[in-house]
Design a protein around this ligand. Structure first.
Ligand SMILES: C[S@@+](CC[C@H](N)C(=O)[O-])C[C@H]1O[C@@H](n2cnc3c(N)ncnc32)[C@H](O)[C@@H]1O
Length: 327
């Protein structure tokens, strides 16, 4: 601000506040064009590029388009080019960067990648979130910290797992019983690798109850293991059980599609690098539901098969399908 401008400036000047609000709106629009445009470009062209790279490019492009747009707007408000450009850079660089980073992190933590998902937009600080079959509640716990959610999310599970996450409100209960009694409304209901525990008739009942518990515009997100090209390391008996369970998942997904034809489908792929020793430990703890009904002898045999079949470090892609539907 030059000395004359300083002398004429008053915090209570309505005109200045109005103009500043307008300029901020243009700045936001500029950021969104570059940022979302970059993510959409990679999403549509499917050019293989690391998520972090896309995020960084999106941030840089968001800043560039924001500065261009702001410079144009300031020039229309009778600034000359050099002054408009300097003001555009100086006035909002820090706030733009933090906003850009927050925008990209929200996308990343809710979608697991640089993917434009419009349903993440309403998932802001005040959202009410329910995770059905939350297990130890780690997903919700991480989401709470990363997004600084104002309301503690609720996780329900028929089992009371040890070392549950303290950042969630946990209820040991059956999903259908809980939803029947529940009077609270949610913005997002998650079911991650849980739906296959229920028979088809109960799935229909559960989804109907979930819909009744959603706020208008709220979402239900159902995650299942990708039913084809799954890379999960297995032993023979586990593989047989897994392929049977994936066939059932396919049937469930078709059934859900029939019930809610408007659902959106997304595929997520997470690179996993884990030591064989840790993976064996997970098998011992029956980390995946296909292992739940195997005998201890089967698990013991399976572990020695895993030790023969795989290297000391396991690298694979954990692929998930997500069906999202909106109220
Ligand atoms: C494979 S685990 C998934 C846990 C967690 N969602 C995750 O992805 O890490 C499935 C969970 O669903 C729970 N579950 C199964 N049937 C349920 C039901 N009818 N009501 C509530 N929870 C249930 C199980 O106890 C189990 O913890």
């Amino acid at each position: 601000m030059d000395t004359t401008a300083k002398a004429n400036f008053h915090w209570s000047c309505k005109h200045t506040w109005k103009r500043s609000a307008k300029n901020t709106a243009w700045c936001l629009l500029g950021c969104a064009i570059g940022d979302l445009g970059t993510i959409l470009f990679f999403q549509l062209t499917k050019i293989p590029f690391p998520v972090l790279g896309i995020m960084i490019l999106a941030i840089i492009n968001g800043l560039i388009t924001s500065i261009i747009l702001e410079t144009i707007i300031l020039m229309r408000q009778s600034f000359d080019f050099s002054k408009a450009f300097k003001t555009a850079i100086g006035m909002s660089f820090i706030s733009m960067i933090s906003m850009e980073v927050a925008m990209n992190l929200t996308d990343y933590f809710l979608t697991g990648g640089a993917i434009l998902t419009w349903w993440v937009v309403p998932i802001m600080l005040n959202s009410e979130i329910l995770d059905i079959g939350c297990g130890r509640g780690k997903i919700l716990g991480n989401l709470t910290s990363k997004l600084r959610l104002a309301n503690k999310p609720i996780g329900i599970d028929i089992e009371q797992h040890k070392d549950r996450d303290k950042r969630i409100i946990f209820n040991k209960t059956d999903a259908i019983n809980y939803l029947k009694k529940n009077r609270k409304k949610f913005d997002l209901i998650l079911l991650k690798q849980t739906i296959h525990f229920l028979p088809l008739k109960d799935i229909k009942k559960l989804l109907l109850l979930c819909m009744n518990c959603l706020n208008f515009g709220g979402r239900i997100a159902i995650f299942t293991l990708a039913t084809s090209k799954n890379e999960i390391p297995t032993f023979l008996k586990m593989k047989k059980k897994l392929s049977k369970s994936l066939k059932r998942d396919q049937k469930i997904l078709r059934y859900i599609n029939g019930l809610y034809p408007g659902s959106v489908s997304k595929t997520f792929s997470f690179k996993v690098k884990i030591s064989r020793e840790k993976y064996v430990e997970m098998i011992k703890n029956r980390y995946i539901s296909t292992l739940l009904h195997l005998s201890s002898a089967d698990i013991f045999k399976g572990i020695s098969e895993i030790s023969r079949k795989y290297n000391k470090i396991l690298n694979f892609k954990d692929k998930l399908i997500c069906r999202i539907f909106k109220k």
